[in-house]
Design a protein around this ligand. Structure first.
Ligand code: BTN
Length: 329
């Protein structure tokens, strides 16, 4: 609802709108409007009020508040309910608890910072406050557990497509879950996906797909050990212009919903063929670490089931999981 008040103030751009008119347009009382204005102000919105003219929005904080996300959001299935945190341990952990308690598909958990952000394979995810995107979506597709990996690929595709549309930047995908850009001699990571699930042997109970994107982090703000491997979207822009995080998140949700609907309609082939347009591994010589074992070979393709097909010593292997290291660019 706050999103609607904010939407009206934004539409009015630079001029006043009376509480009465807002109330009429939204079909709620003037007191309800006043309450919402107070709540927006508490979150840092600069809203002036004049008795005879009404309200005017002077400036907005750089926060990813639910009201901001809902204003102008095209996605319908996703974001039915938003849990927003200034700080949380991990949006994936919180979303898993919600899903366990029965939260519906499309529930979104997002945070300005994470104190225990999780990466794949037990790693941590660098999550500084107020300058990046960290969120998790609860999904409940009726599929076999073996299909879970497909949602990591789907989320990667949706995110890369959204970054292209919002920032004009060509982010590529490194199977299975890395969003990367070419750097000097190697690819640099700008984001990653972590899908977790609860399942029975023949049915997924729920999936939590977590997405982390380094958006406006200054290169120098990365810890030393990450500086040579990671970057942010802003740092890739020659003009170093900050990205409006809410717009990017809205576009990701819209793209996610688009591809998720395709998945539900049985159009996986289309998703994987679009994924391949962003893939950097096909044709490359790589090493794949699976537990203690390391396999070397040349990537033939990402196949129609989303597996990495590797030619290794005259054998063709179909890999479903693993950590891929690429030879230098
Ligand atoms: C990876 O590349 O290793 C996966 C990174 C996933 C990070 C995101 S940030 C939002 C969500 N919550 C987490 O704790 N992790 C994922």
């Amino acid at each position: 609802m706050q999103g609607d008040v904010l939407g009206l103030l934004r539409k009015q751009a630079g001029s006043y709108m009376s509480g009465e008119e807002m109330a009429r347009k939204l079909g709620i009382s003037r007191i309800a409007i006043w309450k919402q204005i107070q709540s927006l102000k508490k979150h840092g919105y600069d809203i002036s009020a004049l008795k005879k003219n009404g309200y005017i929005l002077r400036s907005s904080p750089d926060l990813m508040l639910p009201a901001e996300i809902k204003t102008g959001l095209k996605a319908k299935m996703f974001c039915t309910k938003i849990y927003y945190f200034t700080s949380v341990d991990s949006t994936n952990n919180y979303a898993k608890k919600l899903a366990q308690a029965g939260a519906p598909e499309g529930t979104l958990v997002l945070a300005e910072t994470q104190t225990k952000g999780k990466g794949r394979l037990g790693r941590s995810w660098f999550s500084p406050a107020g300058c990046s995107i960290y969120f998790s979506l609860i999904l409940r597709p009726e599929v076999l557990p073996a299909y879970a990996q497909r949602f990591t690929l789907l989320a990667g595709l949706a995110t890369a497509a959204a970054i292209k549309k919002t920032c004009g930047l060509s982010v590529r995908l490194k199977w299975p879950n890395d969003l990367v850009v070419p750097g000097k001699g190697s690819y640099l990571k700008v984001g990653g996906i972590l899908t977790e699930m609860a399942a029975e042997s023949d049915r997924v109970n729920y999936l939590v797909t977590g997405i982390g994107i380094n958006v406006n982090i200054d290169k120098k703000a990365f810890p030393l050990e990450l500086r040579s491997r990671g970057t942010s979207l802003k740092a890739q822009d020659p003009r170093n212009i900050p990205i409006v995080r809410v717009r990017l998140l809205q576009q990701i949700l819209t793209e996610m919903e688009h591809y998720y609907k395709q998945f539900l309609k049985g159009e996986w082939e289309n998703i994987i063929s679009e994924y391949r347009e962003f893939d950097i591994l096909t044709g490359q010589t790589v090493k794949i670490k699976q537990g203690d074992e390391v396999i070397s070979g040349k990537v033939v393709e990402i196949d129609s089931e989303g597996r990495l097909v590797l030619r290794s010593k005259n054998q063709v292997l179909k890999i479903i999981a693993g950590e891929v290291t690429l030879n230098k660019l």
